[in-house]
Design a protein around this ligand. Sequence first.
Ligand SMILES: Cc1ncc(COP(=O)(O)O)c(C=O)c1O
Length: 420
Amino acid sequence: MILDKELARALRGEYERAASTLSLIASENHASETAMELQGSFLTDRAIEGYPGNRYFPACEWIDEIETLAIERAKALFGAEHANVQPHSGTNANLAVYHALIKPGDKIVAMDLGHGGHLSHGWKVSLSGSIYDCHTYGVRRDTEILDYDQVAEIAQRERPKLIIAGGSAYPRVVDFPRFREVADSVGALFMVDMAHFSGLVAGGCYPSPVPYADVVTGTMYKTMRGGRGGFILCRGKYRDAIDKAVFPGLQSAIMIAAVAGKAYSFGIAMSESYRAYARQVLANARALADTLGKGGVRLVSGGTDCHLMLADVRPLGITGVEAERRLYDVGLVCNRNRLPFDSSSARVCGGIRIGTNCVTSRGMRENEMGTIGKLIVGVLGSEQPANEIKREVRRLCELFPLRDDRVDLGAFLNSTEGRV
Ligand SMILES: Cc1ncc(COP(=O)(O)O)c(C=O)c1O
C-alpha cells in the first residue's frame, strides 16, 4: 500500500495510540482481521442496487451469493424470520424501520437519551425526532432500573404506533416480554435496538429480543466484533416493507464489501470460540464492576448484566469530562456519559461509560479486569501517582497487543512514500 506522507503519518499515529492505550469505549471493538480485510477488499468496486435475484444491474451472480449468505446466516444466528443486511449503519437501520412501519407525525415511545437511549430513537435534534413525535421513558430513581410502569403509563396515554427498547448506556437486562405486553395492550409495534448487545445475544449470554419484537435492529462493530454496518431482523410479514424501506426508501447501492464482512461475522458468531468470547466479555464486565464497586466507585443500578457499566463520578468530586481526561492521560480510554437524572450538560456529564468488548478482544480476562479496575480507582481518586499507572497500562498493552497475529499492518505503517 502506498500512502501520501500526511495520511501515513496520521494512520501511524492513530495505530500507535490505539496499540499503546486500552479502549474501554463500550461502543467500539477491535474487528476481526477478516471482517476488516473484506470491508476493504476488491468488492468495494461494485455499486449494485436491489436484492438477491432482483437487481438493477448485470453480473450479480456472485454478489447475490454473498448477500444471501449474510441474510441466511443472520437469520440462523438470531432465529429470525427475515434479515436485511444492507443498512450502512445502526442509525440507517433504525430510520428504515420507521420508514417501513410508521408515518411522519406518528408517535414513538422510546428510552430517554439521558437515561441511556439513543439519538436515532426520536431525539429532537436527529432526523427521527423531526419526523416523528417521540415520548420518552426512563429508569426509576430508586433502583436505576427501567421503569416498566412508566412505559405502560406513557403508552396508555400516548397510544404510540411504535415502542422502542434498547439504547446505548443501559447496563441491565431489558425485560422484552414486559415491553411486548405493553405494546400489545395499546396495539403498538415493538422494536428493539440491540446495537450494543447484539454480540452478547449472538453468543447466548443476553436474552434474545427476537421472539418478542416485531423488528430488531443491530450493528456489527460493537459487541459483534464484525466491522462496520447495521442490520435489521423482522417477522416475515414485515419483510417486504422493511426491504422496500432500506432500498429504495433510504439507501441506493449496497456496500457489498461490508455485506461480505457481515456474512463472515455472522458465520463466525455461530462458533463455540465466538460464544466463549461473548461469555468472557460479560465475565470481564462483572469482574471490572466488582473491582470498581469495592474501590468505592458508585455504579448506576449497582452493576451490570452486559458489556458496559456507568460509573457515577460526582461523589468523587469530579465531572465525567474530567474523569475522561484523567483516564486518557494514563492510557485508559472511556467516554463521559450522562447519568439518569443528571443535571449536567452532555459536554460535562456526571459519569463515565466503561465497556469490556475491546479489552476482551485483546485477550484479557478477569485477572486483568481486577488490575484495570484498581487503576481506574487510583486515577479517579488521585490515589496513585499517574506515572505508575501509565507504566502499568503500557505493560498490559504490551502483554496483550492489538491484533498482534491477526492483521499485518506493516504495509501501511511503512508506507511513507509520497505517491498516492
Ligand atoms: C443503541 C444504538 N443504536 C444505534 C446506534 C447508531 O449506530 P451508527 O453509529 O452505526 O449509526 C448506536 C451507536 O452507538 C447505538 O448505541
